[in-house]
Write a protein that binds this ligand. Structure first.
Ligand SMILES: Cc1cc2nc3c(=O)[nH]c(=O)nc-3n(C[C@H](O)[C@H](O)[C@H](O)COP(=O)(O)OP(=O)(O)OC[C@H]3O[C@@H](n4cnc5c(N)ncnc54)[C@H](O)[C@@H]3O)c2cc1C
Length: 348
């Protein structure tokens, strides 16, 4: 039986394109379709899907869409109805979508309605001896599962940062629009707005090339016997602004914020990297004033190139956990980096 794959995505907040994770997932879906000699269809959800559809028209895949004001914002009932309608229309054996927060809330529910199986947080798709195989991590990225399923349809939500993004010229897409009437119950939840921290505090940037991690050392007494919190805040924020890096923190540091100790004002539990924190994906990482203990470093699994700055030559990073360890004072190193950024900006 010839196989068919449906790539699903929702329009991003701008309304004009897809989220970055969707282009990555599209790249994976196209590769998978090629390997399985399967047909590929594209399904899009949003207030208006045309501009986003134009960005993927060059794939040549047939496109379907569900649009209208009811589908502008994430809402379980309307998103699930839209995704279900597209899946029923296409009848694909395999459905692949990005693991965005919007889709992660919806895909498992839709799988239930379709009597399908679903796997989320998938990190790779490959075809082994003709069999579609997905991988994902469990137990805080310590165990990797290799999943093959006979059940179809099979819904898969792919994590971001796991595949090169598909790119192609923008051209006019022909999208077959599906009418998806929503019952009144599906509209009970109303979208009120998005609250975001002010720009200075918005320190988590999943698409940044660099993850900058601050540890508890920034708040500890330094060689002069005093803490230097205002200086630490200033130097870190300046570095984040100049470098565009994403900010991570060690558990010790973020816990201090929760305990109302004097700490870095912009550091929250959302920044925590590690076993009980996040496992971000960035090409490079720079750890400062952080010891590099295993429960922290397990969160660095998907950071490709790791560097650390620590006064202690015997810190955890020195034991094979970092590619480069600078045994140095992080206050001095970061101040020097900031002055290099300023100089670069001046001579540009
Ligand atoms: C079940 C469990 C789960 C855990 N989960 C996590 C987790 O998800 N994430 C996490 O981070 N931790 C986690 N931990 C805690 C972890 O084991 C460590 O306690 C924590 O990571 C230590 O944080 P730190 O390195 O910032 O602080 P510290 O251990 O206090 O280290 C501070 C470091 O700063 C250095 N330093 C001080 N001043 C300077 C300076 N001027 N320049 C350079 N270096 C300087 C010191 O040499 C020291 O190495 C977990 C622990 C357990 C038991």
């Amino acid at each position: 039986m010839s196989q068919s794959i449906l790539f699903l995505a929702h329009v991003d907040d701008s309304g004009a394109t897809l989220p970055k994770a969707a282009y990555e997932t599209l790249g994976a879906a196209i590769d998978t379709a090629k390997q399985l000699s399967a047909t590929l269809a594209i399904g899009l959800v949003g207030e208006n899907v045309q501009s986003a559809a134009d960005t993927v028209a060059a794939t040549g895949a047939p496109m379907l869409g569900v649009s209208g004001p009811d589908f502008a914002h994430p809402r379980y009932a309307s998103d699930a109805a839209a995704v279900e309608a597209i899946c029923r229309e296409v009848q694909a054996q395999v459905v692949i979508g990005p693991a965005t927060s919007r889709f992660l809330r919806v895909l498992p529910g839709v799988a239930q309605r379709l009597k399908a199986q679903v796997d989320t947080h998938v990190t790779s798709l490959e075809v082994l001896e003709g069999v579609l195989t997905a991988r994902r991590w469990f137990y805080r990225q310590r165990l990797e599962a290799v999943i093959q399923r006979e059940a179809r349809p099979w819904l898969l939500a792919l994590d971001s940062g796991c595949h090169a993004a598909w790119t192609g010229a923008v051209s006019t897409a022909h999208v077959k629009m599906l009418t998806t009437p929503l019952p009144a119950e599906a509209k009970r939840t109303a979208f009120a707005g998005i609250r975001v921290p002010n720009t200075d505090a918005q320190t988590i940037r999943p698409d940044a090339k660099l993850l900058f991690v601050a540890g508890a050392g920034w708040c500890k007494k330094q060689a002069d016997g005093a803490t230097h919190l205002p200086e630490a805040e200033k130097v870190i924020l300046e570095f984040l602004r100049s470098s565009g890096a994403s900010l991570g923190g060690s558990k010790s540091l973020v816990d201090q914020s929760g305990e109302n100790q004097a700490v870095l004002g912009f550091m929250t539990h959302l920044n925590q990297v590690g076993q009980t924190g996040a496992t971000p994906r960035h090409p490079k990482g720079l750890s400062t004033c952080c010891h590099g203990e295993e429960p922290h470093v397990v969160g660095w699994r998907f950071i490709n190139e790791r560097r650390a700055v620590n006064l202690d030559p015997n810190c955890g990073w020195a034991r094979g956990k970092a590619d480069v360890l600078y045994v140095a004072d992080a206050f001095q190193v970061m101040a020097k980096l900031n002055s290099l950024f300023t100089e670069k900006a001046r001579t540009r």
